[in-house]
Design a protein around this ligand. Structure first.
Ligand SMILES: *Cc1c(COP(=O)(O)O)cnc(C)c1O
Length: 413
């Protein structure tokens, strides 16, 4: 680690950084404009803040229709969050209490939390070198109690759906797609969220389309939609002192309030129009970074590169090496991280202990050692839709510097 390497000594060792400060990372929020603000103000001035009870289509109705067209899904339900969407989807799909749902070991904790809130048991399963569900491991995890496979399209990359669709069909299971991090991405030409029996997305502030907090359920079947929609609106037993017949036509159940606000939906309609541009920009930046990098680097496998727009993620020799590479890249001014701090879902304290707010519901799950290892030695370079060619070139320079210092060798899948 001397001045002999291109660009001189690493910033982490006291050399001059490639950049003085990192570029901004984010998704839809970075494309936010006056149009979102105007749409919110319109709703506020109209005093129609709530989707039900007024004449004519609500903003929520309009967002549902627009999402249905974009994703190719016949039924869409807006919700208050992505977690709420997962819960409503599982209820809509008819999950019996106590059933098992297969979730990937590498994902956001919402996946497991939603299963528990829908009265199911999350079963964490190994990922492969895509950092998404390993179909072989899924098959081994199927039991008499398995109800659904929840596949997560991680970070704007579609999981390989073909083997999972086949597995679900062969075992009579439901396939639920979590596209919270991947709205607008496709798998072999089909938008994610529309391939499984149901799908969800999120409009939380870090996601592709954001309204701060929000989500949506996509489903093909009218009955699944009806159950999810009733559950999200007090189980279809909605009565007020002003009457009302929401959820009529079916037997009510108990439910919850997982509804979206009209302000959120109005902003979502504007943000959704920016989605194609966002995906294009992320895809261009990501491909340029990989194309200019040392060809011996080992990147996360992408099942369908043409449909993806993911943050470039490379594998280092081990967890220690990954930690050093993250430190070195950040010191150079490049936003790099290991997803979820390198922590797999099955090792999160409450998940290990089976600790729910209602008591202990399961015994510690088996360790997902393959996933621990793959995630732990991965390094993700954060992208942004506002990245310039200069930013992309800086990432290349930083990677070359860190590579020349010998920190990037020895990774495999
Ligand atoms: C963000 C996210 C969720 C939850 O969405 P919220 O809107 O934050 O509730 C679910 N699954 C994944 C994979 C996510 O990244």
């Amino acid at each position: 680690m001397t001045g002999a390497s291109p660009g001189g000594a690493l910033a982490v060792d006291g050399g001059t950084p490639v950049r003085a400060a990192p570029y901004a990372t984010g998704r839809g929020l970075l494309l936010w404009g006056e149009e979102e603000e105007a749409a919110a103000v319109d709703v506020i001035r109209s005093r129609r803040l709530f989707r039900y009870g007024a004449e004519g289509p609500s903003r929520c109705d309009e967002l549902e229709a627009a999402l249905g067209r974009r994703v190719g899904s016949p039924h869409v339900l807006c919700t208050s969050s992505g977690t709420a969407a997962l819960t409503a989807a599982l209820v809509g799909l008819g999950m019996p209490a106590g059933a098992e749902v297969i979730v990937p070991a590498v994902t956001f904790v919402a996946c497991a939390n939603a299963v528990v809130c829908a009265r199911g048991i999350p079963v964490t399963v190994e990922v492969d070198d895509t950092l998404m569900l390993d179909p072989g491991a899924v098959e081994q995890a199927i039991t008499d109690r398995t109800f659904a496979i929840m596949v997560v399209h991680l970070g704007n990359v579609a999981a390989d759906l073909d083997p999972l669709v086949e597995l679900a069909r062969r075992h009579g299971l439901v396939l639920l797609e979590d596209a919270a991090q991947s709205l607008g991405v496709s798998h072999r030409g089909r938008p994610v969220g529309s391939v499984g029996d149901a799908g969800v997305t999120s409009f939380q502030t870090e996601k592709n389309v954001t309204v701060g907090e929000g989500g949506a359920v996509f489903c093909r079947d009218a009955e699944v939609f009806g159950r999810a929609a009733r559950f999200h609106d007090q189980g279809g037993q909605f009565t007020t002192n002003r009457g009302g017949d929401r959820g009529a036509g079916s037997e009510p159940t108990t439910g919850s309030n997982l509804r979206m606000t009209e302000i959120a939906a109005a902003m979502g309609l504007v943000q959704l129009q920016r989605l194609d541009d966002l995906i294009e920009r992320l895809r261009a930046a990501g491909s340029a970074i990989v194309a200019q990098a040392d060809p011996s680097l080992v990147w996360r496998r992408i099942p369908d590169p043409a449909g993806a727009a993911g943050d470039p993620t490379l594998f280092c020799a081990d967890r220690m090496a990954a930690r050093r590479v993250v430190g070195a890249l950040v010191a150079e001014g490049v936003p790099a991280h290991t997803m979820y701090g390198g922590q797999v879902l099955s090792n999160m304290p409450a998940l290990r202990a089976g600790r729910t707010p209602w008591g202990q519901e399961w015994t510690p799950p088996p360790r997902c050692r393959v996933s621990e290892q793959l995630l732990g030695r991965s390094v993700t370079i954060g992208l942004s839709p506002t990245m310039t060619d200069r930013d992309v070139a800086d990432v290349g320079e930083a990677l070359a510097k860190v590579g020349a210092a010998g920190l990037l060798g020895g990774g495999d899948r």
